[in-house]
Design a protein around this ligand. Structure first.
Ligand SMILES: Cc1cc2nc3c(=O)[nH]c(=O)nc-3n(C[C@H](O)[C@H](O)[C@H](O)COP(=O)(O)O)c2cc1C
Length: 202
């Protein structure tokens, strides 16, 4: 049984992206456990004078490191990822590297028809940056458009085309996680560079 961390890229109380992750957690419990984490405890990112990282960020980093993969559900604000998500990812790349080599599945929900396609593209670019260096599930863009109407009262996704797509995606993500475990060579090559940078800065 795989264990994933689910991150909704929001600090809103009510979120259809959180709803999407809750649906994934419940609907795929035969494939994986999904632990949902919140980002609103993390301070807005700033560079610390001693390169320390807040305890909330190291705690989240430890969960990500221990997990088999991460599922992110991003809203879209002004064609971009929400600031709370970008800020969290900055902490998670600041002298710590929990995403390095970590399989990530990007999803998203938004009220409009285009369902976060621009935010997802931006998130993919951020996660591919050298200090994050995540392994993003290829050829996968799962978008829930008109997300306020997408779930029934029990929290189930109503559109059967979407549920079928998600079913395939979740099964393939498990295979991707297994395949990714073999891709260790480039990762080993990247880590010394981080240490070198840290030493130069000190
Ligand atoms: C400031 C602001 C900008 C937004 N920009 C977009 C956008 O560019 N694209 C989009 O699909 N929805 C946009 N929306 C609507 C969001 O999809 C919606 O508010 C919500 O964040 C969806 O995610 P949530 O239910 O998890 O909060 C915007 C909403 C706000 C408040």
């Amino acid at each position: 049984m795989k264990h994933y961390i689910g991150i909704a890229g929001t600090n809103s109380r009510h979120s259809t992206n959180r709803q999407l992750l809750q649906y994934i957690r419940q609907h795929f419990e035969d494939l994986a456990t999904v632990e949902l984490v919140e980002l609103d405890d993390l301070p807005l990112f700033y560079k610390t004078t001693d390169r320390s990282v807040p305890a909330e960020a190291t705690a989240l980093a430890a969960k990500i490191e221990a997990a088999d993969g991460v599922i992110i559900a991003t809203p879209e604000y002004d064609h971009a990822t929400p600031a709370v998500l970008s800020s969290a990812l900055a902490w998670l790349s600041y002298h710590i590297h929990p995403f390095a080599g970590k399989p990530v599945l990007i999803t998203g929900a938004s009220y409009g028809a285009l369902g976060t396609s621009r935010a997802q593209a931006q998130l993919r670019q951020i996660l591919e940056s050298p200090e994050l260096d995540a392994r993003i599930m290829p050829s996968a863009e799962f978008m829930v458009g008109h997300s306020l109407q997408a779930f029934d009262e029990q929290g189930n996704l109503e559109d059967s085309t979407l549920t079928k797509q998600l079913d395939g995606l979740m099964r393939d993500f498990g295979i991707f996680v297994d395949l990714n475990a073999q891709l260790t060579n480039s990762l080993a090559a990247a880590k010394p560079e981080w240490h070198e940078t840290a030493e130069t800065e000190a």
